[in-house]
Design a binder for this molecule. Structure first.
Ligand code: NAD
Length: 257
């Protein structure tokens, strides 16, 4: 799969990991649509990327992934602008168990809304050309994160979403590949949302246990390796990138029961 001229949507693409994905996809010749709730930062990011990569390759869509209609309109705007959609990166998140219903609505339901729309706009059985959905997970997609159990649950849940939709049954029907790319701790300006939880001694203790031995990897590494995974991963596969190392495929079996 070549990325040149592919049309990619990145939810939560205005900052940090999402923005780094946008930059790498643009470097590889893709067109991108940044979907983000934060219009100020999103518009700024879009303007800066236009300066660097040319004004016709990028759009910003104000989009709250908890709002199906807004999400749908943003998909339509992307298709109207670029003529097609090839890749959806479900990336937007919040990380704060105090607001667990919103957290679940963004981190899980937001990925489900994105997936349903991606099928509508990319599926071969709906007259399109197929494509790829990348669900962005975390190291806590596959291990417990005791300081944020609900965040951890949302990140586990998207593994199930990936495995089931990524199965050959769906892939053969739709031509849409589904991949989960799990990001380990990464140097980014994410301390603000992470710290919102740190308001009780118990939570602080749990967080200290979670963070033991953690090494933050570079944003640029995470984004470059997304490209490697996009070029090589099979549907239903789960990849982990941590400690600035090459991504490794997580060995799940489909045959346990
Ligand atoms: N940064 C890390 O260390 C790290 C570690 C593990 C996993 N990840 C994963 O990487 C992805 C991005 O993480 P990050 O650290 O860049 O997050 P972040 O909080 O820095 O950025 C999240 C983005 O999502 C947007 N967003 C939030 N709610 C939204 C909504 N309702 N609709 C649309 N956009 C919304 C925000 O405006 C922001 O631009 C997440 O899926 C996260 O799980 C990051």
């Amino acid at each position: 799969m070549l990325l040149k001229d592919k049309v990619c949507i990145i939810t939560g693409g205005a900052v940090n990991v999402g923005r780094a994905f946008c930059e790498q996809l643009l470097k590889n010749g893709a067109f991108i649509a940044i979907f983000d709730l934060d219009s100020d930062i999103g518009e700024l990011c879009c303007a800066e990327l236009k300066q660097q990569f040319g004004k016709n390759r990028i759009i910003f869509c104000h989009c709250d992934v908890t709002d199906f209609t807004q999400f749908e309109e943003s998909f339509q705007m992307t298709k109207d602008t670029f003529g097609k959609i090839d890749i959806l990166v479900n990336n937007a998140e919040i990380s704060n168990d105090k607001f667990w219903e919103l957290e679940t609505d963004v981190n899980l339901n937001g990925f489900i809304r994105g997936s349903l729309l991606a099928y509508r706009f990319m599926s071969k059985d709906k007259g399109n050309e197929g494509g790829t959905i990348v669900n962005i997970g975390s190291s806590c997609s596959v291990k417990p994160f005791i300081s944020s159990p609900i965040y951890c649950a949302t990140k586990h849940a998207i593994v199930g979403l990936t495995k089931a939709y990524g199965n050959d049954y769906h892939y053969n029907l739709t031509g849409v590949r589904v991949i989960c790319y799990c990001v380990g701790p990464t140097e980014s300006d994410f301390s603000s949302h992470s710290r919102q939880n740190n308001n009780t001694p118990n939570h602080e203790r749990a967080r200290n246990i979670d963070m033991q031995g953690i090494r933050y990897q570079k944003l640029d590494h995470v984004a470059k390796e997304l490209i490697t995974v996009l070029l090589n991963a099979s549907s239903g596969s789960l990849w982990i990138v941590r400690n600035d190392e090459k991504p490794s495929e997580f060995p799940f079996s489909n045959e346990l029961f």
